[in-house]
Ligand binder design. Structure first.
Ligand code: GLA
Length: 387
């Protein structure tokens, strides 16, 4: 059981009556396939043991009363009377309530305490964990009978419409569909997926957090989406059936290079190549060939840095430091970019040296220590019981 479950349950008991529903909602890693989801491409995420835990109970007065244990703050709103909050965290919750109301789902007031250990703003999708966890709780408390995909879409729309980030579907999808010791290979067009076993006892997934948070991430994110759309629009003049970069091949890109803005060309080339890499990574995983897998992660980072241009000096410093450690099979920036964290695939025996050397080298380069987390691949959002 997640160690935070009794902590959040206890916090609930001290403030609210009744027996709450307890929900564990994980953060995510993404092994490979970055900035491909909104281009209808492929991604390979896994849910983590780092999670947000909720204790939620219905209440009769129609009020929604939220308590953030981590910020030690409270927020109240009425169903239908939503308003953006300067505290920011309530917007992810209100966004979900708002989507349930808009979809005509009958929900009532709730008392809700939540808290977690997903580093916030680090690119591990604490926001999707909040959205998915509340969506799951509302569905279960009010007996709505929604499908997993309904929950994913409601959570994603909450972020798109209420929070205002045009995120793709990866984070909410893995939050709901995650499975212990497996990563997903998800086709973001058809939303079909395979669980790929990821359980080598001798390997670890290690997250290194730059501790740099950049507001730039969401504005530049939307700019990248626009550039991808511009590329598709230009290519569509020649290939009218084109819907997204998913349909574009390297040959097609090269044939029309002269007609594309050079920056748009680089963005598109990165996405097309990254989609190919996800396919190659899935084959490597099935063959248990982590040397090849790690090499693909390294190429992904190079593309994100040089062509998609969403890395940062701090992320590059962490990746370079990681790759100097023997036993590191691959390392790359993860998530939207500009700040946040890297993901590395590390031989279990090399983790202590990774922690020491990456911390030392990053501190020398960036003037501060990174935060390093060894994560496990765990189940998606689920209800929990007190032991
Ligand atoms: C963020 C978004 C995702 C995805 C990644 C980049 O995490 O929420 O939808 O686009 O960035 O791969």
């Amino acid at each position: 059981m997640n160690a935070l479950v009794p902590v959040i349950a206890d916090r609930f008991r001290r403030q609210f009556p009744g027996k709450p529903l307890l929900v564990v909602s994980p953060g995510r890693v993404n092994l490979i396939g970055e900035h491909t989801d909104y281009n209808e491409g492929f991604v390979m995420p896994g849910a983590t043991d780092k999670a947000v835990v909720f204790a939620v109970a219905p209440r009769a007065d129609g009020l929604c009363h939220f308590v953030s244990r981590d910020f030690d703050q409270e927020f109240r709103c009425e169903i239908g009377g939503f308003h953006r909050s300067p505290l920011r965290w309530p917007d992810y919750l209100q966004g979900v309530l708002d989507q349930f109301v808009k979809a005509g789902r009958r929900i009532g007031g709730i008392s809700c305490v939540f808290g977690g250990d997903i580093p916030i703003g680090a690119g591990m999708s604490s926001s999707a964990a909040i959205e998915g966890g509340l969506a799951f709780a509302l569905d279960s408390l009010f007996g709505l009978g929604l499908s997993k995909l309904d929950l994913v879409r409601l959570a994603q729309k909450a972020e798109n419409e209420f929070v205002g980030v045009r995120c793709g579907i990866m984070d909410q999808f893995i939050n709901i569909h995650g499975r212990e010791k497996s990563v997903l290979k998800l086709d973001c067009r058809s939303l079909t997926f395979d669980y790929l076993p990821f359980e080598r006892e001798d390997l670890r997934v290690v997250i290194a957090d730059t501790l740099v948070r950049r507001e730039l991430a969401s504005s530049e994110y939307n700019v990248r989406r626009g550039q991808c759309e511009a590329g598709v629009a230009a290519l569509r003049a020649h290939e009218p059936a084109l819907r997204s970069l998913r349909d574009v091949t390297l040959d097609m890109l090269r044939d029309h290079r002269a007609e594309l803005d050079p920056v748009v060309y680089r963005r598109c080339e990165y996405v097309v190549r990254e989609n190919i890499r996800v396919g190659e990574a899935a084959v490597a995983l099935a063959r248990n060939d982590f040397a090849v897998f790690g090499g693909l992660m390294n190429l992904s980072h190079a593309g994100l840095r040089d062509d998609y241009q969403v890395s940062s000096p701090e992320l590059d410093a962490l990746v370079e430091a990681a790759r100097r450690v023997p036993g590191v099979l691959g390392s790359r920036m993860m998530g939207a970019g500009f700040g946040g964290c890297t993901i590395s695939l590390v031989e279990a025996g090399a983790v202590p040296e990774f922690e020491a050397r990456v911390a030392r080298d990053y501190e020398a380069a960036a003037g501060k220590a990174p935060k390093i987390h060894v994560v496990r691949i765990e189940a998606g959002t689920h209800a929990a019981e007190l032991a």
